[in-house]
Write a protein that binds this ligand. Sequence first.
Ligand SMILES: Nc1nc2c(ncn2[C@@H]2O[C@H](COP(=O)(O)OP(=O)(O)OP(=O)(O)O)[C@@H](O)[C@H]2O)c(=O)[nH]1
Ligand SMILES: [Mg+2]
Length: 200
Amino acid sequence: MIKINDVYFLKSCGSPSQFPEYQYPEIAFLGRSNVGKSSLINMLMNRKNLVKTGSRPGVTRTVNFFILNNVISIADLPGFGYANMPWGVKRTFMPLIKRYITGRDNLKLAFLLIDIRRVPERRERELLALLAENKIPVAVILTKCDKLPRGRRTRNIKSICAELGVDDTALFPTSAKTRSGRKELLDLIAEYAGSSAVKP
Ligand SMILES: Nc1nc2c(ncn2[C@@H]2O[C@H](COP(=O)(O)OP(=O)(O)OP(=O)(O)O)[C@@H](O)[C@H]2O)c(=O)[nH]1
Ligand SMILES: [Mg+2]
């Protein structure tokens, strides 16, 4: 398990040309709006307000980069689905997310977050396919597990596995509220920390 010694916000980017250049291997947090990407980062990093979260979808509207322990970077992405922009325009961040996945050499591991109460849909399968094409390993993270009793949780995990065609060992149940699943994810992050950011 990686120990959180030092984590800081580096940069917020609305387009790929602004993405930071460095040698850190990067972990991306992907998933639909409101699934809990930003909350999970705060929970993992032991910080209440490192990243802004909110009850309405569309809180994160740029790619936000964080540096952990000076060895690994974390990218918090906007959700796919639609976000209500302040000036009353709806926009989808799917093109930005896809450009991030296909163009980001630093990207070493993707966390694809899925709300445990929902079945994965087309866009999640689309992202899994795009990540596979780009040879990026993926961990499927189930969020908001505190919202279901244990029996329903087990049933939903089964149907999510069936839908995605994966074994339940490929899924990581978590809760930002109860902090469950934190150790498993920090272990996974530790495996990638310190690896080279250069693609073979
Ligand atoms: N009960 C519960 N609520 C959660 C959990 N994780 C997130 N939430 C709530 O879900 C809402 C959305 O959380 P965010 O972390 O902002 O979600 P996001 O995926 O970053 O959303 P966007 O930035 O809009 O894409 C907030 O009201 C959080 O408090 C969880 O594990 N349990
Ligand atoms: Mg967010």
